[in-house]
Design a protein around this ligand. Sequence first.
Ligand code: SF4
Length: 66
Amino acid sequence: MKIRIDKAACAGNARCAAVAPELFPLDENGYIQVEEIEVPPGKEDLARRGARACPERIIVIEDDKK
Ligand code: SF4
């Protein structure tokens, strides 16, 4: 599973990392650090929950095969 993030639109509220800190790396100000995440096997549900937690709706599940 792959996740794409519209990094420039991140509001820095750290909601994604509150759900899944190991999946969503933030900088020291609480903004997302990456534009793409390759989700490790077994972390798909966590990734979906993190995406839903983003109030800006900028975390998009791209490749949801498994
Ligand atoms: S939840 Fe969304 S807006 Fe908030 S830090 Fe994560 S990516 Fe940025």
